[in-house]
Structures are given as C-alpha cells and as structure tokens.
Write a protein that binds this ligand. Structure first.
Ligand code: MLT
Length: 311
C-alpha cells in the first residue's frame, strides 16, 4: 500500500547490524580501539556493530574493501594515520584518500613505544643505538606492512639511528607481538594500545615512547625527544569513514553515534588504560577531512626524505 511504501522509504538507519572493518589482525592496537568503540556505539545505534578483521598490505586491503562497499552506512572503516600514507607508498593503493570516502570523524590519538624481545641485550635507547651500529644487518624489526603505523615509526627509527634494519612484515602487530614474545624477532615500534600490558608485565623490554610528553600510564619510559633524539615524535590518530556517496542522513546518524560512543565512560576508561587520548572535539567530518588533507603531503615529504620507494 501507499502507506507501507512511505513507511519503508523513511525506515530508520540502521535496521540491521553494521560491519566495522579493521584493516589489521584481531587482537592488535586498531582492533582494541575498534572493539571498545563498537560496543560503545551499539547503544546509540540500537544495533550491533560487528568488527571484521581484514589485514594485509599495511591496511590497504581492508581500506579498499570499504571504499568499494555499498554506500549505505552498513560498511564502516576504522583506520589510523596509515590511511594518509598509501598514496605515497603504493602505485595502486586501491583507494583515494580524498575521493573514496565520506569522513565521519576522528576517534583517538595513540602514542607509540619502541620495544624489544625481553632478552635483547641493549637496556636503553642509547645502548640500542650503539648495538645496531655494531650489529649491522643482524637486527630485525617487525612491522604490520608498508604504510602501517609500525612501519612509519620504524622508518623514523631507522632514520634516527642511521642504520638499516631487517624488516619483517605481518598482517598486524598482534602477530608481530607474538613473535616478539617468542623471541623470533628483535624490535617493534607499536602503539600503546597493544604494548601497555606487555610492558607492565615485563614480557618485553621497553626503551622509549614517541610522544613529546611522557605517557601517564607508562611514567618510567623516557620520550625519544628527551633521550637524545630531539623532535622525534609520532602519534597515531584514528578515524572513521564510510564509502563515498553514503546518504547525508546516514552519515549524520553515524557522526552522532560516534560522538555518543566517545562520550561513553567505559570507552574513555579503557582508552585511558591503554594510553590513548579520546579526540572528543574532533569527532566530526570537518576535522577528519582537514586531518587527511594535512597528513597526506606531510608523510609524502617524510618518505621522500627517507628514500622510501613506492611499491
Ligand atoms: C594493528 O592494528 O595491527 C596496527 O595498527 C598495526 C600498525 O599499523 O602498526
């Protein structure tokens, strides 16, 4: 009937569960943020948010999957700073950071930590600098693929130390951490959302944090900046996107739900425990759009300087 048709046309989004794609392995830093957020957003959406881990190629595979999904609001991407590095690192990243998505908003900002297997000889960052110079081509560094946060930080570390390291790629830093715990690999630069617990329990050796200020949850760890690497700073912002062409009312609903999720005390407490800062004031499309426009050229510049070639 006409009334039913009208009712269907005005059906409220969302009518079924939402798929949140994390372009890295389960149990890692991005996944930890996504699962807390999915739970926090469920209340305002009135629907379940299901996290799908689609790792590989530094996050570009999962990101591309969302770029190509139906623009109906049921496919959401939770990705980090690596979103803006793909155009300078890959000839065909599979998506265009400026054209393939509608931004929803910024989510959290996460500092990184430089860590090693527990029996790795150097005991501080200065000893590490000496050690890698004396053991050229022998020290291995895990990462989550070209363009991942761990790769960005690793590239800066190699630059700072002035020595090449053997890099070993994984589908996320969860499996990289497993190999670090199993002493299969020497070093990893990874977000506090994956490393805090392992550092606290002494299962890995920690050298420094990559923020300019010390991290309140890891007060004993010096910053790179105060350890003689002046200006060494990397923070991993996270954002949420939906495919280009998603209807405005659906985008608006997701923005409201993201804001409600970030305000959830449980989400805030969990992020605090993991050393992450909740970006409440920037949880909107304008702020995320501005962030991407600022970050794409900034990373392109760093890779050019570091001589990192396109894949
Ligand atoms: C992950 O979730 O595995 C990470 O964010 C990986 C990374 O970007 O280093």
């Amino acid at each position: 009937s006409a009334m039913l048709a009208a009712g269907a046309a005005h059906a409220e989004f969302p009518e079924r569960p939402i798929n949140m794609v994390v372009p890295f392995a389960a149990g890692g830093p991005t996944d930890n943020v996504a699962r807390s957020l999915a739970e926090a957003m469920r209340h305002s959406l009135g629907q379940t948010v299901v996290v799908e881990n689609k790792g590989g190629a530094g996050g570009t595979i999962g990101t591309t999957q969302v770029a190509r999904a139906q623009p109906d609001g049921y496919s959401v991407l939770l990705m980090h700073a690596g979103f803006s590095t793909a155009p300078s690192l890959y000839k065909n990243p599979g998506y265009d950071p400026y054209k393939s998505f509608e931004p929803i908003g910024l989510v959290v900002d996460v500092p990184m930590t430089i860590i090693a297997r527990s029996d790795f000889p150097p005991n501080n960052i200065q000893e590490l600098a000496d050690y890698v110079k004396k053991n050229k081509d022998k020290v291995s560094l895990a990462n989550a693929g070209i363009g991942a946060a761990s790769h960005l930080c690793g590239t800066m570390l190699v630059e700072a130390l002035g020595v090449q390291l053997l890099t070993i790629p994984y589908k996320g830093t969860a499996p990289a951490m497993n190999d670090l715990l199993g002493k299969q690999v020497d070093l990893l630069c990874d977000q506090t959302t994956n490393t805090t617990q392992q550092i606290d329990s002494g299962k890995v050796k920690a050298y420094a944090v990559t923020s300019l200020q010390r991290v309140p949850t890891l007060p004993k760890l010096p910053t790179m900046d105060e350890s003689g690497f002046k200006g060494f700073e990397v923070g991993i912002w996270h954002g949420m996107w939906v495919p280009k062409g998603t209807p405005k009312p659906v985008v608006d609903k997701l923005v409201k739900s993201l804001q409600a999720g970030l305000a959830d005390p449980k989400f805030q407490e969990r992020m605090k425990q993991l050393g992450a800062t909740v970006l409440t004031a920037d949880a909107n499309p304008q702020a995320l759009d501005a962030k991407v426009k600022q970050q794409v050229p900034q990373w392109a510049e760093l890779f050019k300087k570091a001589g990192v070639e396109q894949q």
